[in-house]
Design a protein around this ligand. Structure first.
Ligand code: AMP
Ligand code: MG
Length: 343
């Protein structure tokens, strides 16, 4: 299949939107920009479209998809109950990078939810995504547009490199502003629970709702046989080809550790302003205290390691005592298959 790459701006006159919407109405799959990462979009009401998404991505069938809507009222078709907590969160954080899990309606096929009785719903703020959903007139199921297991795509070129030949169209709407996937919270439990951290932080959620639990799987590997609240947490994620090792401690100890293990194709991923004293090539991924910068650069940096042919990369660990860093830590730990060294 030929994959066309189409540049669209929010102001475009409409024909590009019409072409993409037509493909979506025909249950085809389209690469779509959102403010978090690029998504692989398809008609959420169509089993055929959903099957195509799973095939294009190589995603395990029990890993459910997030359904995207263009305004709050579209939620009523997708869920069987809308609690006050959902309204409150939507008022504060939608459109934006927050996904809510709620009991699903009968209209949502089980293939979207990986067989679960709940559905994940989000209203993206990216003007291209929002307008395209409106133009299509359908809720759009969209996982991140990477091949399963690879780092999520934050640029159209990443999507094209993973999906060329697998889907008919990729929309280039520019680089993603956030750079990590949405925060996922379930409202289908007695106490709301954070399942995946993102740039809507746990402290923002607690400010809005009071008590919010954090799922164990956010920062810990699964024990064998353990049941997960969010099937995505079972799978190896976000991995570049290089072996990632996260080093926790001071910069001086980081340099000593890396320099002692220097070999061909070893890289370091450090904070802005660092690099002096390292005997291996390094890439930076933002200012140490700025979680927005780190999350914005993380996936791009992991993909850059592959482009450079890195075999091993030692990464500076963000401050674990600051909950705002949860999103970056969660992705880094998975990219490293939980290989962490305390210096
Ligand atoms: P992605 O599509 O790559 O952004 O990943 C979506 C994430 O949301 C995965 O980790 C899923 O496991 C999670 N998710 C989607 N739907 C549900 C659901 N109904 N219950 C729990 N987690 C969900
Ligand atoms: Mg993903």
């Amino acid at each position: 299949m030929e994959t066309i790459l189409v540049k669209i701006t929010p102001e475009d006159s409409g024909s590009a939107y019409k072409d993409a919407a037509q493909l979506l109405k025909e249950n085809q799959v389209v690469g779509i920009p959102t403010e978090t990462v690029y998504g692989l979009g398809g008609n959420a009401f169509s089993e055929e479209a959903v099957k195509r998404i799973f095939e294009a991505k190589g995603r395990p069938q029990d890993n459910p998809l997030i359904v995207h809507i263009s305004e709050f009222d579209e939620i009523y078709e997708l869920v069987s109950q809308v609690p006050d907590t959902a309204r409150l969160l939507a008022e504060k954080f939608w459109p934006g990078p927050l996904t809510m899990i709620l009991p699903k309606s009968d209209k949502v096929p089980l293939c979207v939810t990986g067989g679960l009785g709940t559905v994940a719903v989000r209203c993206p703020s990216h003007p291209v995504a929002n307008r395209l959903i409106k133009e299509t007139g359908l809720p759009i199921a969209a996982p991140s547009a990477n091949l399963s297991g690879k780092p999520s795509p934050t640029r159209a070129s990443h999507v094209y490199s993973d999906m060329n030949g697998r889907i008919p169209m990729v929309i280039d709407g520019g680089d993603c502003a956030e750079g990590v996937e949405s925060t996922v919270i379930t409202l289908a439990t007695p106490v709301p629970k954070l399942l995946r951290p993102g740039n809507i932080t746990i402290s923002q959620l607690r400010q809005a709702l009071g008590q919010v639990d954090v799922d164990d799987a956010v920062l810990n590997p699964l024990k064998s046989g353990e049941r997960v609240s969010s099937p995505g947490m079972k799978y190896k994620h976000y991995s570049p080809d290089a072996d990632i090792v996260v080093l926790c401690g001071e910069y001086k100890a980081f340099c000593d550790y890396v320099n002692q293990r220097k070999s061909d194709d070893t890289y370091a991923m450090v904070f802005d302003g660092e690099g002096d004293g390292l005997a291996v090539p390094c890439i930076t991924y933002g200012t140490s205290g700025n979680y927005k910068e780190l999350s914005h650069a993380l996936f791009d940096s992991l993909r850059l390691l592959d482009e450079k042919g890195a075999r091993v990369c030692f990464v500076r660990c963000p401050d674990r005592s600051n909950d705002d860093n949860l999103a970056v830590l969660n992705r880094l730990l998975r990219a490293a298959s939980f290989k962490v060294v305390e210096l």
